[in-house]
Design a protein around this ligand. Structure first.
Ligand code: SAM
Ligand code: SF4
Length: 322
C-alpha cells in the first residue's frame, strides 16, 4: 500500500501521455513561442507500463490518462489494453478535449477504457473557437455523442470565464442534463502560461448563475474526489464543482502524477518532481520504488496554488496533466 508523509493512502495515478495538443486553450497553453519536449525524451508505452505495474501492485486502483491531448499519442488504445489486461477491474479513465474522440471511442471502449471526461467550454461555435483558438465545436460534440453511444461513462468539464462563456453555465448544465451525463464546473486556476487577460470565476459565482434558474441542494464531496456535488431539486440531476481556491480537498488527496518524460509529481501545484526516467530505462525497479517512496514522503499537505501574481504557479497544466 502507498502511504504519503501525511498518512494519506495513495491509490490514484494520473499519467500525462504527452504535453502536445491540437487546441490552444487560452487558460492552458500559449499560442507561441513554444518548445515541446523532444519525442526521444518521452517514455515509451512499454516503459510507462513498467511504472504502472509497480503502482498497481502497490495498491493503485484508479488510473487516468491525460495530457496535453492524450488522443494525440499514437496507438493509445494499445496502452489502454496493456493496463486493462494487467488488471481488469482497474478504474481506467481518460480526459480529452474530444476532438479526435468520435473515431476512437469504440476502440478505446473495446480496449478496456471505462470512463471519459470531455472538456466542453461552450456550445457556441465562435466562443468555443475563441477559447480553444481553433474551430472545434462540431467535432467535440460528435466525440461526446459517440462516447455516450458506445457506453463509456461520460463526464463533461467546463471552465467558466468572465465575459467569455459565463452566460453559458446554465446552457452547458442543461446540455449535460439532456444527455444524462454529469458536468463539473472547474474554477479557472491562474498560471503563468495562460492568457494574462483572462478572469476566472469562483465557485460561488458559478453557483449564483445556476440559482437564477434552479433551486439546488449541496450534497458534499464524494470520497477523495475534488468535486463538490450539488443536486437540482426539481429534476434530481447532480452536477459537480471543482474549486481549488479552497484547500479543503487536499486532506483527502489520494493521487500522484507521472509525466510523459518520467517526472513523478506529488501535487499538481507543487513545483518539485523527481524523475524516474533513468531508473526505468535501466530497468532498475528497486530504484524506481525508492524514488516513488521519496516523492510520497515529500507530498505537500496542501496545494501551493496562489492567485497572487508574484506567486503564480509556473507548472503548465498541459505538461503535468490537468
Ligand atoms: N486536453 C485534455 C482536455 O482538455 O480535457 C486533457 C488535459 S487538460 C490540461 C485537463 C483539464 O484541465 C481540462 O478539463 C481543462 O479544461 C482543465 N484545465 C486546463 N487549464 C486549466 C486552468 N488554468 N484552470 C482550470 N482548469 C484547467
Ligand atoms: Fe489542450 Fe486540454 Fe490544454 Fe486545452 S486544456 S490546450 S485541450 S491540454
Amino acid at each position: 500500500m502507498l502511504i504519503d508523509g501525511h498518512g494519506r493512502k495513495i491509490d490514484y495515478l494520473r499519467i500525462s501521455l504527452t504535453e502536445r495538443c491540437n487546441f490552444r486553450c487560452q487558460y492552458c497553453m500559449p499560442e507561441k513561442p513554444f518548445s515541446w519536449v523532444p519525442k526521444e525524451n518521452l517514455l515509451s508505452f512499454k516503459e510507462l507500463f513498467m511504472f504502472v505495474k509497480i503502482a498497481i501492485d502497490e495498491g493503485v486502483t484508479k488510473i487516468r490518462l491525460t495530457g496535453g491531448e492524450p488522443l494525440l499519442r499514437e496507438d493509445i488504445t494499445t496502452f489502454v489494453k496493456m493496463i486493462s489486461d494487467y488488471k481488469q477491474d482497474i478504474d481506467l479513465a481518460l480526459t480529452t478535449n474530444g476532438y479526435l474522440l468520435g473515431d476512437m471511442a469504440q476502440s478505446l471502449k473495446d480496449a478496456g477504457l471505462k470512463r471519459i471526461n470531455i472538456s466542453l467550454d461552450s456550445l457556441k461555435a465562435e466562443v468555443a473557437a475563441k477559447i480553444a483558438n481553433r474551430d472545434v465545436l462540431d467535432k467535440v460534440i460528435y466525440g461526446i455523442e459517440k462516447a455516450i453511444k458506445v457506453g463509456l461513462n461520460v463526464k463533461l468539464n467546463m471552465v467558466p470565464l468572465k465575459n467569455i462563456n459565463e452566460d453559458e453555465i446554465v446552457d452547458i448544465l442543461e446540455y449535460a442534463m439532456s444527455k444524462n451525463v454529469k458536468v463539473r464546473f472547474i474554477e479557472y486556476m491562474e498560471n503563468r502560461h495562460a492568457n494574462e487577460s483572462l478572469r476566472g470565476m469562483h465557485g460561488r459565482e458559478i453557483i449564483g448563475h445556476i440559482l437564477k434558474k434552479y433551486d439546488i441542494k449541496a450534497l458534499g464531496r464524494e470520497g477523495s474526489s475534488p468535486s463538490f456535488n450539488y443536486k437540482i431539486l426539481s429534476t434530481g440531476y447532480e452536477f459537480g464543482m471543482i474549486d481549488p481556491h479552497k484547500h479543503d480537498f487536499c486532506e483527502n488527496c489520494n493521487r500522484i502524477r507521472l509525466t510523459a518524460e518520467g517526472d513523478l509529481i506529488p501535487c499538481l501545484y507543487f513545483d518539485e518532481a523527481m524523475s524516474i526516467s533513468k531508473a526505468i530505462k535501466a530497468k532498475d525497479i528497486k530504484k524506481v520504488g525508492e524514488i516513488l517512496g521519496e516523492v510520497l514522503k515529500n507530498k505537500p499537505k496542501e496545494n501551493r496554488w496562489s492567485e497572487n501574481d508574484e506567486n503564480l504557479s509556473t507548472r503548465a497544466f498541459y505538461h503535468t496533466g490537468g
